[in-house]
Design a protein around this ligand. Structure first.
Ligand SMILES: [Zn+2]
Length: 342
C-alpha cells in the first residue's frame, strides 16, 4: 500500500488557492497556456474571474476548472482537493459529517460535495473483469434513518460482488485450471459490487454479464442461481463443512472490508444511496496501488500527459515497480491504466 499523505503534508503542498490553481493549470495546459479558440500561446490569469485565462490574441476566456467536477463551484478549491484526497486515498474515505467538521462547512455542502465526487468515481469506459473471477452474494445490515444511534436492521440489502484472481508471482490474471482445482498463491485484482433485489438467477446473471467478460471462469459457491449463465466457464465449489472463505477467499475479503467500512465510517449504509457507496468502495479498492492517480481522477483533472507535479515530486509511487504509470517519463505516462479503472 502507498502511504497516504498526512493533513500537514497536504497543507504544505496546497497551502492556498493558488497552489490548487497551479495544479489545475498544469493538468490542463502541461506545455503552457494554449487558447482553445485561436491557438494563441499567450494569456493572462484574470483577477476578476477565478481560475480563468484570457487569451491575449482573441480575448477568449477559458476556465481551468472547465470540464471538471469543480466547474462553477462556490466552494474553495482547497475544500475540493482535500475532500477528493480523503475519498480517493484514505482507506476508509470520510463521511459527510466528518468532512463538514474538518473543513468547517455545512453538512449539506459536504454531503453534496461527496455525492459529486462519488459520481466521478465510475469510469464509464472501464473494462470488464476477466480471467478467473470469484462471484458471491452477501447481506448487508442497513440503517433506516440518519440517526447513528438507532439499532441496525439486518438482512434486507443483498450485495453481489465479483473479484479477479491474480497470480501472486506474476501479478497477472490467474490462468484457469481444471474444475475443482485449488488456486493457491493468488492476489486479488479488481472488484465490482452491486445491489440486487433478490438472489434469483435473473439478477445474478445480469450482474455477471454487465461486469465480467464472456469466457471468464466463474468461481462460485453451490448457489442454485449461478448455473446456466451462457458464455462463461462455471466452476462451482461445494462449500459444505469447509469454511466458505477458503474457496472464495478474495470476494469474502472484499465483503468483510466493505462491511467494516460501512459500519465504521457510516454507522451502516442507508438503502437510498448504497450504489454510490459501493462504487466508492470499488474505486478505492481497485486503485489501492495507484492512489496518487485516483486523487486526480476523482477531481476530473487526470490527463494523458502530466508534467512534473506534486505527486511526481512526492514519489509516492506504486510499490510494484514498473507495472504502473509513472514519473520518469511524464510524456508517455498514461494516467489511468487497466489496474485502476474503477
Ligand atoms: Zn485566443
Amino acid at each position: 500500500m502507498v502511504r497516504q499523505l498526512s493533513f500537514l503534508e497536504f497543507q504544505a503542498w496546497f497551502p492556498d488557492e493558488d497552489a490548487c490553481i497551479r495544479l489545475l493549470l498544469d493538468r490542463r495546459w502541461p506545455d503552457g497556456f494554449s487558447c482553445p479558440k485561436c491557438g494563441g500561446r499567450s494569456g493572462d490569469l484574470l483577477k476578476s474571474r477565478a481560475y480563468t485565462y484570457e487569451c491575449r490574441g482573441c480575448g477568449r476566456q477559458t476556465s481551468a476548472t472547465a470540464g471538471t467536477i469543480m466547474h462553477r463551484t462556490k466552494l474553495p478549491l482547497r475544500v475540493w482537493f482535500w475532500a477528493a484526497h480523503l475519498m480517493a486515498t484514505h482507506s476508509n474515505g470520510m463521511s459527510a459529517r466528518q468532512l463538514a467538521g474538518q473543513m468547517g462547512i455545512a453538512y449539506s455542502s459536504a454531503w453534496l460535495l461527496e455525492q459529486k465526487l462519488r459520481r466521478a468515481m465510475v469510469n464509464p469506459n472501464r473494462d470488464l473483469l476477466e480471467g478467473v473471477v470469484e462471484v458471491d452474494q452477501t447481506e448487508m445490515p442497513f440503517r433506516a434513518n440518519d440517526d447513528p444511534d438507532t439499532p441496525l436492521k439486518t438482512g434486507k440489502i443483498i450485495v453481489i460482488g465479483a473479484v479477479e484472481v491474480r497470480d501472486r508471482t506474476t501479478g497477472k490474471a490467474q490462468k484457469p485450471k481444471a474444475f475443482g482445482a485449488k488456486y493457491l498463491d493468488t492476489l486479488s485484482g479488481r472488484c465490482r459490487l452491486a445491489v440486487i433485489s433478490s438472489n434469483e438467477a435473473v439478477h445474478i446473471h445480469s450482474f455477471i454479464r454487465a461486469n465480467i467478460a464472456p469466457g471468464s471462469t466463474l468461481v462460485t459457491d453451490g448457489h442454485a442461481s449461478y448455473p446456466g449463465v451462457d458464455g462463461y466457464r462455471h466452476d462451482p465449489r461445494v462449500v459444505g463443512n469447509m469454511a466458505a472463505h477458503i474457496p472464495l477467499k478474495w470476494i469474502h475479503r472484499v465483503f468483510a472490508l466493505l462491511k467494516r467500512w460501512g459500519l465504521g465510517t457510516y454507522h451502516g449504509f442507508r438503502p437510498e444511496h448504497i450504489d454510490t457507496y459501493l462504487n466508492e468502495f470499488a474505486f478505492r479498492y481497485n486503485r489501492r496501488f495507484y492512489r496518487h492517480v485516483s486523487f486526480e481522477a476523482v477531481l476530473g483533472i487526470a490527463t494523458d500527459h502530466a508534467p512534473l507535479s506534486y505527486w511526481d515530486v512526492t514519489g509516492r509511487d506504486n510499490p510494484r515497480k514498473g507495472r504502473a504509470v509513472i514519473r520518469r517519463n511524464p510524456q508517455k505516462r498514461r494516467t489511468v491504466d487497466k489496474a485502476g479503472d474503477g
